[in-house]
Design a protein around this ligand. Structure first.
Ligand code: NAD
Length: 242
């Protein structure tokens, strides 16, 4: 259970972040969704009964403001889920430099911003960070140069920060999902050629649902995971074991 815990979930308006938010609320946490999509974020927060703060994770000052607002309003911060991310399936020779920059700034800089802004408060609460890596942070993906670079960075950053803060009582882990049905992957999963490839690569022969990722976040955030830090945990139907 996450009773009396306060959490920030970046990118919590839809997809995996929304499922994590719902699961945390079910387990008794107070949750602040921090998302760039104000319309969806406000609607979802009203529906679920939590708070919404508009925030672009690429901008450090905006992330810091969400952290400080949360601490002021709820008296502390226990859990940060650095989940906000964008997809990219562009190979390196086709890549516009601007696309590379956007993916790295959102998927990697955003994780650093959430970590840096929250760390002083997490050191006070013996809190934890859950980052979102990907199978593409652990193994190469097809034509996903910037995405894999960012997620590989998240995986190594997770280990580094875990090591640096283990003796300060802050645990840092990442979840590395396989393909999960969300607004990010909807079109890809409807592409028959891609789905054949996915089935070949996934021992379980299928994609996952956000509700199959959220329990891992709830576990990592809970006291049951008190001896787990620096772990990058695949939740992928067997993709990285194959
Ligand atoms: P999604 O696109 O469905 O949702 C992402 C959310 O992040 C949206 O609410 C969006 O508004 C928000 N967001 C995007 N850019 C932002 C920014 N700059 N600042 C704040 N919020 C921003 O994505 P998803 O599929 O739910 O993925 C969630 C995380 O899981 C991402 O980090 C993604 O890379 C990772 N992941 C997803 C899959 C998958 O198959 N869906 C697989 C592996 C890893």
């Amino acid at each position: 259970m996450l009773t009396e815990k306060t959490a920030i979930v970046t990118g919590g308006a839809v997809g995996i972040g929304r499922a994590v938010t719902e699961r945390f609320l079910e387990e008794g946490a107070t949750v602040v969704i921090a998302d760039i999509d104000e319309d969806t974020g406000t609607t979802v927060a009203d529906e679920l009964g939590c708070q919404f703060e508009r925030c672009d994770v690429r901008e450090y000052e905006q992330v810091e403001t969400v952290v400080e607002t949360t601490v002021d309003e709820f008296g502390g911060l226990d859990i940060v889920v650095n989940n906000a991310g964008i997809g990219s399936e562009t190979s390196v020779e086709e890549m516009e430099l601007e696309e590379w920059k956007q993916v790295i700034e959102t998927n990697l800089d955003g994780v650093m911003h959430g970590t840096k802004a929250a760390m002083p408060h997490l050191m006070e609460s013996n809190g934890c960070i859950i980052n979102f890596g990907s199978i593409y942070g652990l193994v190469g993906g097809k034509g996903a140069a910037s995405y894999s670079a960012a997620k590989g960075g998240v995986v190594n950053f997770t280990q580094q920060v875990a090591v640096d803060y283990a003796d300060q009582g802050v645990r840092v882990n990442s979840i590395c999902p396989g393909f999960v049905e969300t607004p990010m992957t909807k079109d890809l999963l409807e592409d028959e050629r891609f789905y054949n490839y996915l089935e070949q690569k996934t021992p379980m022969d299928r994609h996952g649902q956000p509700e199959e990722i959220a329990p891992m976040a709830a576990f990592l955030a809970s006291d049951d995971a008190s001896f787990i830090t620096g772990a990058n945990i695949p939740v992928d139907g067997g993709w990285t074991a194959f």
